[in-house]
Design a binder for this molecule. Sequence first.
Ligand code: FES
Length: 184
Amino acid sequence: MPTRRQLLEKWWLLPVGATVGVFGYMGYYASRVTFGKAKPGAPDYLAGPAVRVAALSELGSVWAQREFIYGKRPCILLRLPTATSGSLQVGNRHYAAFSRICTHLGCTVNLVKDPEVLAFSFSYRPPDGEPKLGCPCHFSVFDPLRSGEAVFGKARAPLPRVRLEVRGAALWASGIEAAPVLGT
Ligand code: FES
């Protein structure tokens, strides 16, 4: 059994151990959010009611947007410059829609068009210079051109995609991917 004196000689182990533990956890967390981001796979929609989202004529330019509610979840419809996994092509135009619920802790993401705003406010400079979906709470960034993948920040799961259909001259939503467990 160590004596009281022997124990007192080892007191320094406590702060050293605590410091090693804190920095170890910070390293683990940093590598987890940097390298542990999930890639969007093939779309896996849950069927839902058909809901009219917007007339095609309302999205007259690339990166035009319409916010809507689907399955009680705030969502966003975007006109994209190129096709992505899960996007809908109508003529030579491409559209995609996503849940706006951030997969980190559930705040509402917005389309950020200005790369300088992304650089200064989110500390993320998009390599392609294209708009991204940004979360104002802890500044996670999601890329619509990579099917909603979380590309920066604490969020690791991609934004769930919404299934789009064209009916006549309008875009409709008819399904949505399952919401991931927040904070995982
Ligand atoms: S809730 Fe979106 S980054 Fe934390």
